[in-house]
Write a protein that binds this ligand. Structure first.
Ligand code: DX5
Ligand code: ZN
Length: 219
């Protein structure tokens, strides 16, 4: 079944806690924590996302889906493991070689946390194949990482389909999460292509009834 992970990147200032309570009541499946370091991507949301995630941890039992858009993955993993997230996802493009990728996968898992690998739009899906047997989720970016509210890149549909076919062929059970520009128009397309976790920020936070949009996205 399809799950929804709400990105809290652009929560309205001053309305943070009300929004988090409302999202929990609206049955988001995860809170998607977009950690940006100002180096891997231009924006720096590091402190803000840590603060938000700490607050959510205190008021909700819903799982944290941490998306690291950072150069120094080890430092961010250390910091965010303290919040006992459900899953930590790091970018393949921030790793120098295969050994480094495997090291991070094993370290995150050894700390009782699920692990995902994210790939940017220009990264070929084949580059992630060798890691699939060791991870829980592949995050396919459907926009350039770095900010919310961007337009969905429909070329990514082929990438999602290719990954889905490969997983079926190899008999691998991992989640396919899509992230960026997901809304009522693009959600059916990505689900058809094989995605089973949809990240949405703008589409949900702009809606006046979170429950309705989350239900619609999951349909
Ligand atoms: C972008 C982030 C996404 C983004 C999603 O770098 O990884 O999670 O916040 O926001 P929308 O749904 O507004 O595209
Ligand atoms: Zn994200």
């Amino acid at each position: 079944m399809v799950e929804v992970s709400t990105s809290i990147l652009n929560v309205k200032k001053g309305e943070e806690s009300a929004t988090f309570f409302e999202l929990e009541a609206a049955k988001t499946d995860y809170f998607h924590i977009d950690v940006m370091d100002g180096k891997f991507v231009e924006k720096d949301t590091y402190e803000k996302m840590f603060e938000y995630a700490s607050y959510i941890k205190r008021i909700s039992n819903l799982p944290l889906d941490v998306h690291l858009m950072v150069k120094n993955i080890d430092e961010a993993v250390e910091d965010f493991l303290a919040l006992e997230p459900n899953i930590i996802t790091f970018h393949l493009e921030a790793c120098k070689n295969k050994e480094e990728v495997m090291e991070k996968i094993n370290y995150i898992k050894s700390n009782n946390c699920k692990v995902g690998i994210a790939i940017k739009p220009d990264t070929k899906i084949e580059e992630i194949y060798e890691f699939l047997p060791y991870i829980h989720m592949c995050l396919i970016m459907t926009v350039e990482p770095g900010k919310g509210g961007q337009t969905f890149l429909s070329d990514m549909l082929k990438k999602i389909e290719t990954l889905k076919e490969y997983l079926e062929k190899e008999n691998l059970e991992i989640d396919i999460e899509v992230d960026g520009g997901i809304n009522l128009k693009t959600a059916p397309e990505v689900k058809m292509a094989g995605a089973n976790i949809l990240v949405a920020g703008t589409a949900i936070l702009m809606a006046n009834r979170f429950e309705d949009i989350i239900k619609e996205l999951k349909k």
